[in-house]
Write a protein that binds this ligand. Sequence first.
Ligand code: SRM
Ligand code: SF4
Length: 602
Amino acid sequence: MSNPDTSTAATATTAAAASNRKDGALVSNSLPAELQHLVVTGKLADNERIKGDSERLRGTISADLGDDLTGGFSADNFQLIRFHGMYQQDDRDIRAERTEQKLEPLHTVMLRARLPGGVISPKQWLAIDDFARDSTHAGSIRLTTRQTFQFHGVLKRDIKSMHQMLNRIGIDSIATAGDVNRNVLCTANPEQSQLHSQAYEWAKKISEHLLPHTRAYAEVWLDGEKVESSKAEEEPILGSNYLPRKFKTTVVVPPHNDVDLHANDLNFVAIAEGDSLIGFNVLVGGGLAMTHGDHATYPRTADELGFVPLADTLTVAAAVVSTQRDLGNRVNRKNAKTKYTIDRIGLPQFKAEVERRAGLHFDAVRPYVLTGRGDSFGWTAGIDGKHNLTLFIENGRVFDFIDKPLKSGMAAIAKIHHGEFRLTANQNLIIAGVASDDKATIDALARQHGLIDDGHSNQRKSAMACVSLPTCPLAMAEAERVLPAHVDRLEGLLSKHGIPDEAIIFRVTGCPNGCGRAMLAEVGLVGKGPGRYNLHLGGNVNGTRIPKLYRENLDEDSLFAELDGLLQRWVTERRGDERFGDFVVRVGVVAPVLVPKQDFYA
Ligand code: SRM
Ligand code: SF4
């Protein structure tokens, strides 16, 4: 199945041109001749061959499924299953032991569902709760930093039935991973106001609009009818080779930036008149990942393109995606995301190309203010006289812990709740649309199962970590598993300095990919090696400033010793209620990260 065009010395220009040839709908939008020199040329990344040869993401996944000799997927399919929302993993805690026993790693898959805006019904929850109990090694439902849930540890034999179960309850996992637009985030809880509801509808529409058109998912997992020739399936927005890299989108309802827009390629910031949504400010080019020691990689905040009225939303979304599709770097995946495309070609050029493709001009950005990112825990009033209950779920891990049967508690609530559940981008969960008559029962169930715990400090509720070990193959240091103990130590320091009720946005991420969004924290720990972290300081409360590297490769004791000293300074030198992140920047502990963005490490 090798495609000579992409497997050898073909250039990215060839790939872009081929993509335009195959997808008729793109011809009118193809890269104009005067921009061709901006395409990065050279030997294409191998992922381009994999995508190009995959018969629209089918590969030989079906054949692999029938191979009982291994629990894993073969070379290219290992990558291709990502476009179907799955990653092949193994339990790293027992990897060495299995190698010693001459066994292959215990291969399983992690599945990530597509839930635009994080909305899930109690009926759906009960089905995923059953599956997590019966068919996953982890036995948990893991809420993610992108408003959805993951199953960890699904054996090959259960993968197909998992997709069929999801399909029966109206959920899929299409495009939640891979080089496509991923789950679209939206400021949590559409039942908070009419404006939230309207914004959520757009998150759903954008998600649907940018989905791959291939029928591969239905065909492979749902025994859907086979398409005669995959060549006939056009991908008018994503192109035949899909995007150069993953792509992330949000819809934000100011002043709340709970989705952390600056971690995303494309953002729609809701602009309202009264309670009515009239359009969006569009921001592009955010992203947090970097590679230790590689200064050509860096976190970057998003830039404003301008305002568009509602009617142009989908056109602009497609234009941004296709601009990145045609101009993104397909040679070096480390520099392939939109943030690097913009820094390479310049924002004015990127904007002009988006405008050309969309056939419009952006208006000036409308005023908006972002004030914070945390979830508001406990009961709040919703629309139509209903109530919402936001639960703090440490690490997003819904599991029956010995002292806290969170998973059983959620299932008990799901059985009687008539509203919806909403997942937040902070790995928490909202029981939304609770009728007054059900409020006391739900409150009691939540308390009985440890889902409401008045003992949690403000600090604990402001902390977040990525999954990391044992499932993440890229983890360099622990994150989720050490977060509770790290927070204990931080709480201890806050008490020592007489400020036990203060909270610092504290995030731990097991490697510089930054899934726990440490690079938008006031204090961010980035895994460097077992028990060792880089300490970044100086993010702000609304998530518009990237923290700067302060100390490298610290063990945990040194890390907390550093924080101890800095907290001491904060309590003595602080101005009014100045936040820790602002303080360390003001007094020069770290310098703020300013443009030009490439100078992040300078
Ligand atoms: Fe992530 C890869 C987990 C949000 C940047 N991320 C991974 C993988 C799939 C590891 C892998 O490639 O094999 C991790 C699976 C661990 C596991 O066992 O579950 C993983 N990422 C997660 C989650 C589950 C962390 C969490 O604790 O919630 C989040 C799932 C989100 C979702 O539902 O889609 C998650 N990942 C993020 C975020 C935060 C965000 O988007 O708000 C980022 C930083 C923002 C950004 O993209 O710049 C992020 N993940 C990455 C990267 C670096 C991408 C890059 O630009 O280089 C990788 C590695 C890669 O893509 O090569 C990665
Ligand atoms: Fe894994 Fe690194 Fe992402 Fe953590 S930040 S989940 S360790 S890839």
